[in-house]
Design a protein around this ligand. Structure first.
Ligand code: S3P
Length: 169
């Protein structure tokens, strides 16, 4: 990679975006951001609170603002929230301002990785598998549309996936 272009990770909940993003940033000596964490820093509250008080629509407005701001940085690694690609503006900004890597995984892995997690409001349901399947149907085409590269994350460690991405860039 000749210059440090932004790297934007997209993909569903439990794909490993934050863990892989941290490895990437560390190895490439780039700054790492996670859009959910930035929303939490800005609101002083957690994502569940934002969903409870402002609804998903309110959360999406905050997410769009954060992605607009962060994509204007130079040389960062950004792990985006799984639903960020629903917004056309987000997709346009991600494509225009960096290299977009879609981290693809299976529903089984997503369930395993998010099982003990109480942080994801959309998965606070008795039927998480059905929710994840419905989201995948709606969003997988959007991840594919925006992606420069697609990488599978279900059968290897975060460190190995990060190295694979570095070789591709
Ligand atoms: C969401 C994914 C979450 C978070 C929020 C909504 C989604 O981020 O933004 O709970 O709509 O898929 P992760 O993909 O980092 O879990």
């Amino acid at each position: 990679m000749a210059e440090k272009r932004n790297i934007f990770l997209v993909g569903p909940m439990g794909a490993g975006k934050s863990t892989i993003g941290r490895h990437l940033a560390q190895q490439l000596h780039m700054e790492f951001f996670d859009s959910d964490s930035v929303i939490e820093d800005r609101t002083g509250a957690d994502i569940s609170w934002v969903f409870d008080v402002e609804g998903e629509d309110g959360f999406r407005v905050r997410e769009e603002n954060v992605i607009n701001d962060l994509t204007q940085e130079q040389g960062i690694v950004l792990a985006t929230g799984g639903g960020s690609v629903k917004s056309k503006e987000n997709r346009n900004r991600l494509s225009a301002r960096g290299i977009v890597v879609y981290l693809e995984t299976t529903i089984e892995k997503q369930l395993a990785r998010t099982q003990r997690d109480k942080k994801r409001p959309l998965l606070q349901t008795d039927t998480p598998r059905e929710v994840l399947e419905a989201l995948a149907e709606e969003r997988n085409p959007l991840y594919e549309e925006v992606a420069d590269y697609v990488v599978r994350t279900d059968d290897q460690s975060a460190k190995v996936v990060a190295n694979q991405i570095i070789k591709m860039l």
